[in-house]
Design a protein around this ligand. Structure first.
Ligand code: A3P
Length: 282
């Protein structure tokens, strides 16, 4: 004991809190929690528990506060933070670049129509007055009332494009700010749908982007018998699934409204695909 306290450890072996090497910046409701939990299968990946929200809400707390939120890591380990509201925050890209222009940026995307429904499901579950909450259809294409903070007397291609749940899904508008600040080779796009159907492959791709030797394999995953979403399978076979706020049942949305949204997003999605040179089937 005496020796271990007096002989200084080589510098490389001192655990300390470090700024993140990579940040999962969004997109909200696209599967960001699942990605982070799955990346942690790799023992070199370390992350703070809660969302830190430094570059949007807590910036005035200062850099030392930010570092303090991080886990202790050894050399060779990677610190990853996830705050999905960064994606659509005006300031986050520039602020992250100011801290470290080599930060690796990870963005999970999914069909913006599904994402909007998921976002709505989350906000309506937060509002206790569920019965009073307008339907998704009313919010998305209706003559919105006082519920919508945005002015929705004018519609874009039949849609209340000012509603946050819709606006966040116009990915190219937000993506531009990231590309103004980071080169594409520092940005990794994760397919949120494949993260559900083939998590091992999506996670391996992300591990490679992070410069790690991939460890995620299909045998690391099992399916939640109730929610039908993938979970991490521990070595004893026990499933570690995400909490009850992830994988909620969505309301049935009228087909004509789904079609209007699909048509609304089609040109916006195309601009996003061209911007990142990656194509998705939505
Ligand atoms: P729903 O709860 O609306 O289905 P985020 O973590 O970015 O907030 O994303 C939440 C969404 O991730 C969930 O939205 C769900 O569809 C999706 N998801 C992806 N993989 C999942 C998993 N393994 N377990 C639960 N939800 C998952």
């Amino acid at each position: 004991f005496y020796l271990s306290r007096t002989i200084p450890l080589p510098h490389s072996e001192i655990a300390k809190k470090r700024f993140p090497d990579a940040i999962i910046v969004g997109v909200k409701k696209a599967g960001t929690r699942a990605l982070l939990e799955f990346l942690k299968i790799n023992p070199l990946v370390k992350a703070p528990g809660p969302e830190v929200h430094f570059f949007d809400k807590n910036f005035n707390k200062g850099l030392e506060w930010y570092r303090e939120q991080m886990p202790e890591t050894m050399n060779g380990e990677l610190t990853i933070e996830k705050s999905p509201a960064y994606f659509h925050s005006k300031n986050a890209p520039e602020r992250i670049k100011m801290l470290n222009p080599n930060t690796k940026i990870i963005i999970v995307v999914r069909d913006p129509v599904t994402r909007a429904i998921s976002d709505y499901t989350q906000s309506s579950s937060k509002r206790k007055r569920l019965g009073l909450m307008p339907s998704f259809e009313e919010m998305a294409v209706g003559n919105c009332a006082m519920w919508l903070k945005a002015n929705c007397t004018t519609k874009t291609r039949g849609v209340n494009a000012g509603w946050g749940a819709i606006r966040i899904g116009v990915y190219h508008k937000h993506m531009k700010r990231w590309l103004d600040n980071f080169p594409m080779q520092n940005i990794h796009i994760v397919d949120g749908e494949k993260l559900i159907t083939n998590p091992a492959e999506e996670v391996s791709r992300t591990e490679k982007f992070l410069g790690l030797t991939p460890v995620a394999k299909p045998t690391n995953f099992g399916i939640d018998p109730i929610k039908k979403f993938p979970c991490v399978k521990k070595s004893d076979g026990e499933l570690h699934c995400l909490g009850k706020t992830k994988g909620r049942p969505h309301p049935d949305v009228k087909l004509d409204v789904l079609q209007t949204l699909k048509e609304f997003y089609a040109p916006e999605n195309k601009r996003f695909f061209q911007m990142v040179n990656q194509w998705f089937d939505w």
